[in-house]
Design a protein around this ligand. Sequence first.
Ligand code: SF4
Ligand code: SF4
Length: 269
Amino acid sequence: MEIDKKKCVGCGNCHAICTMGVIYLDEDGKSAINQDECVECYTCYRVCRSEDYPPWFVRALRKVLSLFRLGYLAEVDVCPTGALTPPQLEWPRNLRALFSDPTTVHPGTGVSGRGTDEIKSNDVTGRLLKGEAGLVVEMGRPGTGAYFRDIEKVAMALAKLRPHFERENPVTQLMVDIETGKMKEEILNEKVMSAIIEIKINLERIPEFIQALERVQHKIDTVMSLGIASKCLPDGSIPHQEWVRKAGYTLSPNGKTNIGLGRPLFKED
Ligand code: SF4
Ligand code: SF4
């Protein structure tokens, strides 16, 4: 995102709305954006309606009011002069918007948001079969974000154990080598709000992969969370529970159970 300095009156309304906290007041009294840290989520632009007042008018009004120790306060969801300006994003910077702006659709998967249907919609996608576990590693979150250089570190740590990387996933599609998890060099310094690495393994290998994540967590400069899924057994039990316990963890009580009311693509015997 960019701010048109000719229009900005430094009201500060967009600062609180920025999902990454990267808009600041410059020394000229107008706002600016730290372009290294902006993830192009466009939240500021979508939330701040433009009143399209001429900047000279708002500046004059603020000056006059300040003489009486009064302020011109636009409503909190307003950019009085329409100064927020979405730029034309080129590769690889456009990746930021693809992973951070929920209104964009990933060209490689046709899915919006983080670009994957994920294992939680397994009743529709049929990605997981009996005896298999799906692992999703979500990296970054609002206020923190994640650079692809860190996403690559985690992908490479997992790749050493030879999992099956989900091909209908935009992070997998950015790898130059799916065997090593190596990602395209030119994207490593791009930052996104969050991204999901998605793999499939046999259930009994869960502890091995959790240990790999425990080792790599100290080498990354962001947060990550792990989701695990498997197909429930006919008696309602959760097959991956035992393997998660063996790795020294207990399942979160707020896990999701999908009861198959979607549109299954196939039925497993
Ligand atoms: S596009 Fe998103 S990260 Fe960038 S300045 Fe706007 S709200 Fe902040
Ligand atoms: S809301 Fe608009 S005028 Fe106010 S600081 Fe942000 S860009 Fe500038």
